[in-house]
Ligand binder design. Structure first.
Ligand SMILES: [Ca+2]
Length: 501
């Protein structure tokens, strides 16, 4: 049996909670100051139905004007010995604003329009009220306030895959065992079915309330897989399966019974929040939803170096450790850690083998190293380039480009290219690439690219050839050509090759 008075108190409490949340939403700057800093955080709860229009199977006066009858709220809320009072009969037409009772009337502002409602066509038993979200949200609870008597049987279901598959949240019936073969949670705590909200009385403003989190399904960490399985949704639907009449006493029915035979709902409130894995405290417009006041948007404004609509991954340059949701139980933020790419990459990816090899300390591998660098951390120069020790590792000029064409480095002063000398920042290239003379250099690479010593920049010369660039004969040698230089006066003097290496 339901208790109408208790129900009304509950609803009043929920309204109060909604108001508190909206006040909080209006001051995000104040919240931003402390909520996500160094701890997991989540966006405020609001009414997910605001700004979103549900769909129904039928609407009163969908095709043409219908006549329907109902009893006044006043007489139904204060039942006296005379029963439900005199019925009031009027017309509905979905195309006439003054006479329409559309699905959107369930999700409008219940403070501004306390008497707006959706009404089904006459005679239907099965109805479906469905709300499709544009992305994933977290549900906390659902409140439906009926204008007609509540259904004798009903199911609340959600989808997590945009309506492809559905699972029940709760069954509602005056007799759970007879209707659904389930125990009543009034007698067996935690049962999927309840008789609490299926009484015909009160015949108007009867509530149906579903809470996702109850003492029987207590969840400690709201971002755990178990919590997500329960709370996350992309669609919600309420299946109304069996209509029932108001048990009015002493009523001499003047009107036809079918004129009372409809479902009607004043308000549908879906409390929940944007779903951000513990990494955001505010959300912005995802798509489809309009810029209405108090709309709960679905795209997280991610913190903790995370990214994605639901902060479900690390930001591009923050994949040094595996992504984790914030820990709602301990408050640990589980921030994403930046990869060490020395400013030579815009993104990195997590590599399990690198992670394991490091003893689970660092698994980031930099993507597309720039500035002629390579390696997991862009920590070394590519073949054909050498590091300017006068520059920090993070300098964009740490490794200079080129190396294929000797003439491209013509502006480098030959006088500076002496063994042991690091090219100064005032030279043409702040750091200098291998500038090997093709004819005098020993090309030892498979790809036939000219290489030089990665630290000194000196080229590997052919026999008898000298100079950092291998562009001249060693003293005492002559005939600079394809085979190097030939010995002129001191045939055994071939130590130069080793010297340059
Ligand atoms: Ca309404």
């Amino acid at each position: 049996m339901s208790m109408p008075t208790q129900g009304l108190q509950t609803f009043a409490q929920e309204i109060l909670l909604s108001v508190v949340s909206f006040v909080c939403l209006s001051d995000p700057v104040r919240l931003q100051a402390f909520r996500c800093s160094g701890r997991s955080c989540n966006p405020p709860v609001g009414n997910l139905a605001t700004g979103r229009t549900p769909s129904t199977l039928t609407t009163c006066g969908q095709n043409s004007t219908e006549l329907y009858c109902s009893y006044s709220d006043q007489s139904l809320l204060h039942p006296a010995s005379h029963g439900c009072g005199q019925p009031r009969c009027t017309k509905c037409n979905a195309n006439q604003p003054d006479n329409s009772h559309l699905p959107a009337d369930m999700t409008d502002d219940f403070f501004a329009n306390p008497m707006s409602w959706w009404q089904s066509a006459q005679g239907v038993h099965r109805e479906e009220i469905r709300l499709d979200f544009e992305t994933e949200f977290y549900l906390t609870h659902v409140i439906a306030v009926f204008k007609s008597p509540r259904p004798a049987a009903m199911v609340l279901e959600r989808s997590q895959d945009y309506g492809q598959t559905w699972r029940p949240y709760k069954y509602f019936s005056v007799n759970c065992t007879a209707t659904f073969g389930l125990q009543d949670d009034l007698t067996e705590e935690g049962s999927m079915c309840t008789s609490r909200y299926s009484d015909a009385v009160p015949c108007t403003r009867g509530e149906v309330i579903y809470r996702a989190l109850t003492p029987s399904n207590k969840i400690e960490d709201p971002y755990s897989p178990e919590a997500q399985d329960l709370l996350k949704l992309t669609n919600l639907r309420l299946l109304l399966l069996k209509r029932q009449e108001c048990p009015c006493r002493g009523l001499g029915l003047v009107e036809k019974p079918q004129r009372f035979a409809h479902y009607a709902i004043y308000d549908l409130i879906i409390r929940g929040s944007c779903f951000c894995n513990g990494h955001a405290e505010e959300c912005e417009l995802a798509n489809r939803t309009g810029e209405m006041e108090n709309v709960v948007h679905g795209k997280c404004v991610c913190r903790h170096n995370t990214a994605g609509d639901h902060c479900e991954k690390c930001a591009p340059l923050y994949n040094d450790q595996p992504w984790k949701p914030g820990d709602g139980k301990t408050g640990a933020p589980n921030e994403c850690k930046k990869c060490r790419c020395h400013n030579h990459a815009d993104s990195c990816h997590f590599d399990l083998s690198v992670w394991l090899a490091s003893g689970k300390r660092s698994g980031g591998v930099c993507d597309n190293c720039k500035h002629n660098t390579e390696g997991h951390r862009c920590q070394r120069c590519k073949p054909g380039y050498y590091r300017d020790r006068g520059k920090p590792m993070s300098s964009a000029e740490v490794s200079s480009g080129g190396g294929q064409e000797f003439n491209s480095f013509a502006k480098v002063s030959r006088n500076q290219m002496t063994p042991g000398h690091i090219i100064s920042a005032t030279s043409y290239h702040i750091s200098v690439a291998c500038s090997c003379q093709p004819m005098g250099s020993a090309n030892a690479t498979f790809s036939r690219s000219w290489r030089c010593h990665p630290k000194t920049g000196f080229c590997y010369c052919k026999p008898g050839v000298a100079g950092p660039n291998c562009d001249r004969c060693l003293m005492g040698y002559w005939g600079f050509g394809e085979n190097g230089c030939r010995c002129w006066r001191r045939p055994g003097d071939a130590y130069h090759l080793k010297r340059w290496l």
